[in-house]
Design a protein around this ligand. Sequence first.
Ligand SMILES: [Zn+2]
Length: 491
Amino acid sequence: MSSEPRERMIEALCAPDLAPIVDLVVWVDDGTPYAANHVGRVRLHDDGPAEVLAGASPLGSEDPMAFLPYERELADPSPRVSTDNAYPLAAPRLRSFFADPDRSPDLAVVHTPRHFFPEQGGHVGEHGSLDVIQSRAPLVLSGAGVPRSGCVDSYARLVDVGPTLAHLAGVPDDDLVDADGRALDGRVLTEHLDAGGTRTHVIGILWDGAHCGDLLHLAEAGELPGVARLVEHGLALRGGVVAEFPSITLTNHTAILTGVGPGRHGVMGNVYYDRATGERVVPNNQATWHRSADWLRPGARTVFEMVAAHVRADGLRTACVDEAIDRGADYATMALIRDSGESGTDALDDALPDPTTSPYLCNPAFLDDSYFRWGVRVDDLGLTQMLDLYADPAAAPLLTWWANVVTDCGHHGGGPRSEMARDALRQSDARLVTFLDHLDSLGITDDVTFLLTADHGFEGSHPDVTGSWTAALDAVGVPYRDEGPGLVYLL
Ligand SMILES: [Zn+2]
């Protein structure tokens, strides 16, 4: 047995008795990514299958199109063992996650989809895994300059969303670079756009945690008429867009809006440790949301900054509604909070409407869940901002980013396909329909290009699959921090 501390921790985490909660242990050594669990250990490659180093491969597959069509996911939701699961683009995603010298952990523990850990912040529905369903966000492109292809059997990456939005807003492809002039990790999805298509406005819409398979299923069943309308006037990718690892909110909002992975933008999760400052960073929180630009690495550049460098306009070039990653936007909700002089939580709370009178809420019983209640309020305020921004189309921003949160609340609270998750999808769709009707009344809908996505997917935990790996790590006798939990830093 190796005496190297990390190796001893890996071996402790790969103990068979932890198999119900430890899906994978992952790490990078000299730029090479590895994965292990009780089944065996592999070295990962960008092209070609993982190379078995011991035992058998713990990875069922690396297919980004796994569990499609949706019936296959329904037949085996939240796979019990990793050999029945899929881990798309594992090598490049892990290489990025472990590339930050101060903020990347020494290893990461991936929870099994069924792991239920409420005592450490876990929910009925969860995300964060390397696996395909928690990493699969929807992608719908629609409107001006988008071919009417309908549902397409393909996939892309979440880091492609930012470059595609910037391209649609007129940034030349040569200038889709970071602050250091380096090419982005993502690329423009030109294969899903008409060559030479034109538009007056671009609107990117994020439904946080909106489950790709269920979103398309409900749209096809007639239950999400707004999404269905966007797909009818464009296309949706069946395989969605693959999130960066971990499939956590702020890591992926940042990846979307900078076009680079966490190893370059620096936001390793909703909570992580920074060795350089000795600080535990919690960027995804009502009190700190408006400060998240403080944590971006200097090389990161937002799509709002890319557009601002190229577009000359008297009025608003870009707007960023209810989104933490807003640096460089001409209009930003979080800027109103930064400028208010109040704490982030207080300033946001003062601005939010009464959820009990929301015309978009379907079942008032869900307001008993405090996160869901907050999400209804945030999203009602978001729609108000969108209608205000588009009160006069001549003054509307060229590029608008519109983040919605209640879909995350509903999926955390009830798990995918629950009534709470579907209530959240239906009310988000109803807000979208209100906004599309407003554009119709102005006669400009056909001049707009829309992109609808999310930051991650969701799987349902199982109430009987509980426990923690803390005792196993403690027994190794090496000082460490475990943030998340799952991001393990040796001290
Ligand atoms: Zn999220």
